[in-house]
Design a protein around this ligand. Structure first.
Ligand SMILES: Cc1cc2nc3c(=O)[nH]c(=O)nc-3n(C[C@H](O)[C@H](O)[C@H](O)COP(=O)(O)OP(=O)(O)OC[C@H]3O[C@@H](n4cnc5c(N)ncnc54)[C@H](O)[C@@H]3O)c2cc1C
Length: 309
């Protein structure tokens, strides 16, 4: 099995990009392909490579920044929230350096039970409507070739934006996630060495959001479709894990998706399955009822409180 240690640095750089094309992958998944002049300098580490997307406000044709230098974050925070670029976290699904393109797969949310779908696409029934969801989901649903945005993305392959790093001595891999983690899961599976044993649980809203996940690994993938009636309370990943027979040997787990589910899965693995907590990499990709701004504000307040202690 391939293993890697985390690098000490996280060299990220701003790139201006534009939409080349977009394509529906399923009722709730949309692939946007980006191009740009300096994209030969972008270097994805593959797997769950995270990066930041900066979207224009609805009344702008490109994201507006006061400073793209070292002090960008302070300048960005000081900007008027109605004017500054909307920052969101996403995964580089695939980079094609030869054609200067990369893909991002967006989970379109807002069509959960209770919302009324309005899109007229081949996936219109149960698809995410253009008006619901958050700014990123809405932007992606409406993206057209030529639309401009800015990304903060890695300039070297071995960067701090890759979390999937099974240590030496790992015997098998456990992966769980929802639609938002599907791009990362696809990237991880395509990276695993031949013969690596992997158990994968993926929660999706629609049967048709399943997609091929090419891998050399010996991977068993379970697609868990949320039921419309029980979507609010049912936890398909946790339910499936509770009854799953897991392989023997030393595991490494990668857990992502909705924060509450991620916490519950981690608790189950550590307390009930005896996983070493250091061998469970867990990341809340979103939290029910909170936008990414809300989560960032919480983190900032937490860091400020810690500094005062
Ligand atoms: C490291 C990392 C990598 C990520 N990679 C991807 C990726 O490749 N593809 C992807 O689609 N997402 C990915 N996400 C998740 C994505 O950043 C969030 O879903 C984000 O909140 C979407 O922004 P938004 O503007 O659409 O919604 P926000 O404005 O942030 O949220 C608005 C409302 O929508 C809710 N919401 C947010 N996401 C969902 C959802 N998926 N389903 C239901 N309700 C939701 C929020 O709880 C909130 O109530 C990633 C997150 C992280 C941290």
């Amino acid at each position: 099995m391939t293993t890697t240690a985390a690098p000490a640095t996280a060299p990220f750089r701003f790139f201006d990009v534009h939409v080349v094309r977009s394509r529906r992958l399923g009722p709730a998944m949309l692939r946007v392909t980006f191009g740009g002049e300096r994209l030969d300098e972008l270097a994805s580490g593959g797997r769950d490579q995270r990066f930041k997307l900066f979207l224009p406000q609805p009344h702008q044709d490109r994201p507006v920044f006061d400073d793209l230098g070292e002090g960008w974050y302070t300048a960005w925070r000081a900007q008027d929230p109605a004017e500054r670029a909307v920052m969101r976290s996403y995964t580089i699904r695939e980079q094609r350096p030869d054609s200067g393109e990369f893909d991002v797969d967006f989970a379109l949310h807002g069509a959960e039970p209770g919302a009324s779908p309005t899109l007229s696409t081949p996936f219109a029934q149960g698809s995410a409507p253009l008006t619901a969801g958050g700014p990123a989901s809405r932007w992606a649903a409406a993206a057209r070739p030529g639309d401009r945005l800015t990304v903060l993305a890695p300039a070297v392959e071995d960067n701090g934006g890759v979390d999937f790093r099974p240590p030496a001595g790992t015997d098998w891999i456990l992966i769980t996630g929802d639609e938002t983690a599907l791009p990362a899961i696809a990237g991880i599976l395509s990276w695993l060495s031949p013969g690596t044993q992997a158990k994968v649980f993926i929660e999706i809203g629609h049967e048709d959001d399943r997609q091929p996940l090419p891998t050399f690994a010996d991977a068993e993938v379970s697609w868990l479709v949320r039921g419309p009636a029980t979507a609010a309370h049912h936890e398909p990943v946790l339910d499936a894990l509770r009854t799953a027979a897991l392989p023997a040997g030393t595991p490494y787990a990668w857990v992502a998706g909705e924060s509450g589910t991620v916490k519950a899965v981690r608790r189950h693995l550590v307390r009930e399955r005896g996983f070493d907590r250091r061998a469970v990499k867990f990341t809340g990709y979103w939290r029910r009822g909170a936008s990414e701004e809300d989560l960032l504000a919480e983190l900032t307040a937490g860091a400020a409180a810690a500094e005062q202690d």
